[in-house]
Design a protein around this ligand. Structure first.
Ligand SMILES: [Zn+2]
Length: 255
């Protein structure tokens, strides 16, 4: 997981126009009556083609959590702060963030697997005061325990440790935010994800690390420079699994 540069995309006009209207006319009255359901939010507003395309392209086609690359057609829209209810660490629920359902900065491109696993899980730090309705996360001090990659850099919260020959390197949280984010989407224990990530490591990252090590041992400066050039490319935002790549390349002195 790496940071997402939200300045790369603007909220589409359709979302800015239709979202607030639907909140006022339909959502807020339903909330007031205690009858809000997930289906009441219109996918034709928060998840229309324009929104999906902008998020997907802003994130270089990568899921905001697992960093797998997906084709355009697989793109789904994730509400970072869940819209109808939010689940705390102890499994209890509180009101969701309905007023952020059409807020572009609350939306991410997210793969179906991460989206399904995370669901409404959105714990806050103990003693953190939840946002009040209509309050924006960047205007208040609610301390979420799931990392928002558009607001904070997730990298200092997560390290990568070797697990075994089947799973390779898996993420480990070094802060409560890091741990809960990994827990929310099970980034460390999904068979397919681990297998694909480990294959990527073996085919793309490990050869560069080894080439760099050998080149240094032989004092071959041009080969050292070439390994670093390749590492730099694999660590860019658009590269798949860039979080893992950056961690390893830093550790082995390539970045
Ligand atoms: Zn994902």
């Amino acid at each position: 997981m790496i940071g997402v540069d939200r300045a790369r995309a603007r909220a589409p006009g359709s979302l800015r126009r239709e979202g607030p209207k639907h909140l006022d006319s339909t959502i807020e009255p339903l909330v007031a009556a205690g009858r809000i359901r997930s289906e009441d939010f219109l996918r034709s507003i928060y998840g229309n083609d324009e929104v999906r395309q902008r998020l997907w392209s802003m994130q270089h086609g990568k899921c905001c959590f697992c960093e797998r690359t997906y084709e355009d057609k697989h793109s789904t829209v994730e509400h970072f702060r869940p819209k109808t209810k939010a689940t705390d660490l102890d499994g209890s629920h509180r009101m969701g963030y309905w007023w952020l359902a059409y807020e572009f900065r609350n939306l991410y491109f997210c793969c179906r697997n991460c989206n399904t696993l995370k669901r409404a899980f959105f714990p806050l730090a103990p003693a953190s005061v939840p946002l009040q309705p209509r309050q924006k996360p960047w205007e208040a001090t609610e301390r979420a325990l799931v990392l928002d990659p558009g607001l904070v850099d997730p990298e200092p919260h997560i390290v990568w440790r070797w697990k075994n020959r089947r799973d390779g390197y898996v993420p480990v949280g070094v802060t409560e935010e890091g741990r809960q984010t990994i827990r929310a989407t099970q980034l460390d224990q999904r068979d397919t994800l681990n297998r694909l990530r480990h294959r990527y490591y073996r085919r793309q990252l490990r050869p560069v690390i080894r080439a760099h090590r050998d080149a240094r041992a032989q004092g071959d400066d041009p080969a050292v420079a070439e390994a670093k050039r390749r590492a730099h490319l694999l660590a860019q935002d658009e590269a798949e699994f860039a979080g893992l790549a950056r961690f390893l390349f830093r550790r082995f002195g390539l970045l």
